[in-house]
Design a protein. Structure first.
Length: 107
């Protein structure tokens, strides 16, 4: 492609549906002693599955920044530079958008 740079898309992968199905199967066969723990696990999986993708991407950004020892604002120029160093191939546009999401979703 001449004159056009490829963008690296940041995709959130979730296995919550597979885990929830496994828990439902386990609950169907669970003894009365096992049920409370499995019900708690199922509730935790449902809660995790309800987190929006933007919040998950923001958490990823905060984790990368913390790993680099950065404690400043997540939407600063320095933060964007750190993100691009942490994820080679991440475009400037993607890094800026991720940093804005991280600023909007503070941990």
């Amino acid at each position: 492609m001449i004159g056009k740079r490829a963008e690296l898309e940041v995709v959130v992968l979730r296995d919550a549906d597979v885990i929830a199905a496994g828990l439902r199967d386990a609950l169907a066969e669970a003894s009365p002693e096992q049920r409370p723990g499995l019900e708690l696990a199922a509730a935790l999986v449902e809660r995790a599955a309800a987190v929006p993708d933007t919040a998950l991407r923001a958490r990823w950004v905060h984790e990368r920044l913390a790993a680099a020892g950065y404690e400043g604002p997540p939407d600063s120029v320095r933060a964007v530079k750190i993100l691009r160093e942490a994820a080679p191939g991440l475009s400037l546009l993607s890094a800026v958008q991720l940093s804005k999401d991280a600023a909007a979703h503070r941990p």
